[in-house]
Design a protein around this ligand. Structure first.
Ligand code: FAD
Ligand code: NAI
Length: 475
């Protein structure tokens, strides 16, 4: 084992860690990044949850399953007859794995390009005396020393007590992405982001999907009007969504799993599923990091305690991404990673938590930024609202996807945009305009006066902005 010295050691190569490493290298530091994730062959697989079992593989399967659904249900309307349509799930999963590998390889290339030393193994604090000593064990066995340490160790799926993930019958996100035969009956506990995305994938491929949600409301963090519209569309598609369920015993059998629960009416129910996905949120990952060895403080929920600048209680130790407070989103992790590298360089890195977009990649997609109508009401902020349905948008009609709407919320006095909420086609792309507008403190009128290409879905954004002033042109 040798000792290698760096200015900055980053622990974790997910979106928080690898981006922090790249930015630190750009700023002239000598940088090492350590990550323990291995692929099926035991090789390094940087990219974290996002690349390996999160954003990337889920979006690959969402895309493939959407093609399958279109081929089966909407091609005929376009005059395309597909005879003998058949699912080749093996190929679909293989393609997903290829997309993941391309991303792993892309990050390894970026490490090389930026002269970042990458170590495949588990990092743990060994000692702190002026500089930090980090031991790496695994494929690489090294001791690294650094003045600055950035922790980006991510999160793990939360288990339900008494129902540990076996990834065969009781699945976390990891197992949900590798089911090798379409389950006839799929149960999902938790109607959150993963539940809806993975539930949609398997429903499109032919599963009868039942979602059991604990809360009495659907997508509580989403604007109520948008959530209501989305719920209607998902139910129409065939997702069976049960709100207000109290989950009881979960009993795996040989080939299926039984879930006992009390439904919203207070009645005891029992459901048998071929597979069960549990997606009830995620917990921060500080396993084996040696946090106690150096006195690194965690908060009461196990997150690494940080201030607004991602500083921990230890000098020159920073933490970003899912392992700290705030939304568990890849782009939030990346923004924090960039900001921390810039702060290490004495610059004023900044993350604007008010303009972090959210996207749920269902069909239609749900995307939003800023405040919801219910939050504005609760906070007593006077606002004006404007909505525009995709039904009245020419491009949406041509696409054959007219579900949903764009909704603007603007300050009643200043007209500043306070929130934009979309359920509809390509909402994930459309939301960027709203993020830019809010970053620049634009008014709804600013968007309404900008020329938008025709025919495009973005015209619905312009029209929703016009609707704030009750002067839509096409509705
Ligand atoms: P991670 O990506 O979890 O990376 C942490 C890395 O640290 C891992 O590689 C881990 O192996 C490594 N590590 C941990 N401890 C050590 C150690 N001691 N030594 C060495 N290495 C260590 N977010 C979005 O914004 N958009 C999406 O579409 C989206 N889809 C998702 C879909 C699913 C199914 C899931 C589960 C999540 C999704 N997310 C999405 C969330 C996103 O994946 C996370 O917010 C993001 O990955 C967090 O990045 P991170 O860098 O903080 O941590
Ligand atoms: P989530 O927080 O989105 O949803 C969890 C759901 O489970 C909630 O509706 C919650 O009320 C419910 N729940 C919690 N405990 C329960 C219980 N005991 N019984 C029944 N229901 C219960 O968490 P999820 O879906 O696991 O995803 C984790 C995180 O990963 C997300 O919060 C998000 O940050 C990230 N993610 C982001 C994606 C994106 O940006 N498109 C996609 C997938 C995940």
């Amino acid at each position: 084992m040798s000792t290698k010295q760096f200015d900055v050691v980053v622990i974790g190569a997910g979106p928080g860690g690898y981006i922090a490493a790249i930015r630190a290298a750009q700023l002239g530091f000598s940088v090492a990044c350590v990550d323990e994730w291995s692929n099926a062959k035991g090789g390094a697989a940087p990219g974290g949850t996002c690349t390996n079992v999160g954003c990337i593989p889920s979006k690959a399967l969402l895309q493939s399953s959407e093609h399958f659904e279109h081929a089966g249900h909407s091609f005929a309307e376009h005059g395309i007859d597909v005879a003998g349509l058949k699912l080749n799930l093996g190929q679909m999963l293989k393609r997903k794995d290829t997309v993941v590998k391309q991303n792993n390889d892309g990050i390894l290339y970026l490490f090389k390009k930026n002269k970042i030393a990458f170590f495949h193994g588990r990092a743990a604090f060994a000692a702190a005396a002026g500089t930090y000593e980090i031991s790496v064990t695994g494929a690489a066995n090294e001791t690294l020393t650094a003045k600055h340490v950035v922790i980006a160790t991510g999160s793990n799926a939360r288990e339900l007590p008494g129902a540990p993930f076996d990834e065969k019958l009781i699945l976390s996100n990891t197992g949900a992405l590798t089911i090798d035969a379409v389950p006839a009956k799929l149960g999902v506990i938790g109607a959150g982001v993963i539940g809806l995305e993975m539930g949609s994938v398997w429903r499109r491929l032919g599963s009868d999907v039942t979602v059991l949600e604990g809360l009495p409301v659907f997508l509580g963090a989403v604007d109520e009007q948008i959530a209501k519209e989305a719920s209607k569309l998902f139910i129409k598609q065939g997702l069976k969504i049960n709100l207000g369920c109290k989950i009881g015993a979960i009993t795996p059998g040989k080939k299926d799993v039984t879930v006992e629960f009390v439904d919203a009416k207070g009645e005891a129910q029992k459901a048998v599923f071929d597979k069960l996905i549990i997606s009830i949120g995620r917990t921060p990952n500080t396993n084996g990091l040696g946090a106690d060895k150096v006195g690194l403080q965690l908060d009461e929920r196990g997150f690494i305690a940080v201030d607004g600048d991602c500083k921990t209680n230890l000098p020159n130790v920073w933490a970003v991404g899912d392992v700290v407070r705030g939304p568990m989103l890849a782009h939030k992790a990346e923004e924090e990673g960039v900001a921390v590298a810039e702060r290490i360089a004495g610059q004023h890195g900044h993350t604007n938590f008010n303009t972090i977009p959210w996207v749920i990649y269902t069909s239609p997609e749900i995307a939003w930024v800023g405040k919801t109508e219910q939050t504005l009401k609760a906070e007593g902020i006077a606002y004006k609202a404007g909505t525009f349905p995709f039904m009245a948008n020419g491009r949406a009609r041509a696409l054959g996807d007219t579900s949903g709407m764009v909704k603007f919320l603007a300050d009643a006095t200043t007209d500043e945009i306070l929130g934009v909420h979309i359920v509809g086609p390509m909402a994930s792309e459309l939301i960027s305009e709203a993020v830019v507008a809010m970053e620049f403190k634009a008014s709804a009128e600013d968007i309404a006066r900008i020329c938008h290409a025709h025919p495009s879905l973005s015209e619905a954004t312009k029209e929703a902005a016009l609707a704030v002033d009750k002067r839509t042109l096409n509705f």
